[in-house]
Design a protein around this ligand. Structure first.
Ligand code: ATP
Ligand code: MG
Ligand code: MG
Ligand code: MG
Length: 440
């Protein structure tokens, strides 16, 4: 992509309405624009990041054996009346009437709809388990939308649902999601900590919020610092082996990690030595939840057991805030100059800067480098505009591409380019070929 053609409306001034760094940087870097309170348009740079995050989430859902579907954003109120949630959900639900005066709503979540689909299609234990997910926009009329995409009213969520015959099987499904979430967040460059969460009237301990630590987070968290240096991606996981999956969950759940909802100071102090106690703020990026037959019972999702009885299936639901993650990743990875994208979600792999595009040798070298990077399968943003060098560098730092490759008159004579790693700021002079090898 040539910078001259790319729609990248960056802002020089820091927008006053933005209270936290990720919101400021997303506006300044031209990633999003607010359409109305808590509702955003995604511009090309932001949209690329959103798609990358979505893809990592998708790959890990697919890997664990969850199948993708796509349910609508608009739902009929009927199913919600059957589950009892139409009234219970309260003012966070956006209620709509169609031209026939039928009650509709913009889905804040999809338990009712997926349970209804399941109830009409699956009748036997032989067809279990079923694990289904979709990545779809949700609407929640939050009292206080704020922090940009972190607490929007319209936001993109991956939500998955599991259907199992009994509690033991449901726990295995839960464990698979637990592990898939660890992998997903680690691939996104995040240290997300699974924290015990409230299960409400269901009871038990099968609810975890995945939380990343950040001073601007809305949750108060208490955890063992040992969480901060676990290597999640170090080993492959065999999802077909319940013991292996269970052992990963056991390891993570034996370390103390709770939000203020479930925190018990005495237990914290007993289980975690002083030096390892972490107390601070965190951002909820995912949430997994086993809730038994809460929806299958009222919505009639029943299957025949091997003994010929009929039982309501055991269910769980599993959310990830895909659009919230765009902000969350920035909260976790930025400096004074701007965003620092982890490789996995960067909108481009490399920014190519031509310091003197008006000079014919530099122009040729720039075009050659642009073509060579593309041939190596790299996604390149080529700044070939006639602008001040300082402005180009500042913009590249702001938008946070992992690598910057600079072409200038001195280097062209010497047959070299300058390569900078955005995260460390480290620079080196080397041949174009060597630079490409480093990046690819
Ligand atoms: P929160 O406590 O932040 O209000 P929640 O517990 O209501 O979130 P869930 O129902 O657990 O949210 O939804 C699953 C995921 O969707 C959350 O973990 C979060 O990442 C994301 N999410 C929820 N509400 C929003 C929102 N208003 N804007 C962006 N993402 C959201
Ligand atoms: Mg909420
Ligand atoms: Mg919550
Ligand atoms: Mg939650």
């Amino acid at each position: 992509m040539r910078r001259s053609a790319f729609f990248l409306p960056t802002l020089k001034e820091t927008p006053k309405e933005a209270e936290i760094v990720s919101h400021r940087l997303m506006l300044r870097a031209g990633m999003v624009r607010q359409a109305s309170a808590g509702i955003y348009s995604w511009l090309p740079l932001g949209f690329r990041v959103l798609k990358k995050i979505e893809q990592v989430v998708r790959e890990e859902q697919d890997r664990m054996g969850c199948q993708e579907v796509l349910m609508p954003t608009i739902q009929s109120a009927d199913l919600w009346r059957e589950s009892g949630r139409y009234d219970a959900y309260g003012p966070e639900m956006l209620r709509i009437k169609d031209r026939h005066e039928r009650d509709m709503l913009y889905g804040p979540t999809n338990e009712e709809l997926i349970t209804n689909i399941f109830a009409h299609s699956v009748r036997s234990y032989r067809d279990l388990p079923k694990l289904l997910y979709h990545i779809q926009w949700k609407f929640r009329d939050e009292v206080r939308p704020r922090f940009g995409v972190m607490r929007g009213r319209e936001f993109l969520m991956k939500d998955a649902y599991s259907f199992d015959l009994d509690f033991e099987a449901a726990r295995l499904s839960y464990n698979k999601f637990f592990v898939a979430y660890l992998r997903t967040f680690a691939r996104l460059g995040l240290q997300a900590i699974p924290m015990e969460a409230d299960t409400g009237p269901i009871g038990g301990n099968l609810s975890h919020e995945f939380i990343i630590l950040a001073d601007t987070g809305e949750s108060q968290v208490f955890c063992d610092r040992d969480f901060l240096d676990v290597d999640v991606l170090g080993r492959e996981i065999d999802y077909a082996d319940p013991d292996e999956v269970g052992s990963v969950v056991d390891y993570f759940t034996k370390l103390y990690a709770r939000t203020d909802e479930k925190h018990e100071q005495a237990v914290f102090e007993k289980e975690v030595p002083d030096v390892r106690r972490y107390e601070g703020r965190g951002i909820e990026v995912g949430h997994i939840f086993y809730f038994g037959s809460k929806y299958s019972e009222p919505l009639g999702a029943r299957v025949a057991t091997p003994e010929g009885d009929e039982v309501a299936v055991h269910m769980g639901s599993y959310g990830i805030g895909v659009s919230r993650l765009a902000g969350g990743i920035i909260e976790a990875s930025h400096d004074d100059a701007g965003i620092i994208w982890p490789d996995a979600v960067a909108p481009f792999d490399v920014g190519l800067i031509n310091l003197k595009p008006g000079d014919s040798d530099c122009a040729r070298a720039g075009e050659d480098a642009y073509a060579a990077l593309a041939r190596s399968g790299l996604d390149v943003l080529y700044d070939e505009r006639d602008e001040r060098a300082g402005a180009k560098f500042a913009e590249m730092d702001l938008i946070g591409l992992p690598w910057q490759l600079t072409i200038g008159p001195r280097g062209v004579k010497a047959g070299s380019v300058e390569l900078k790693r955005r995260a460390s700021g480290e620079k080196e002079e080397l041949s174009l070929e060597a630079a490409i090898n480093k990046i690819a």
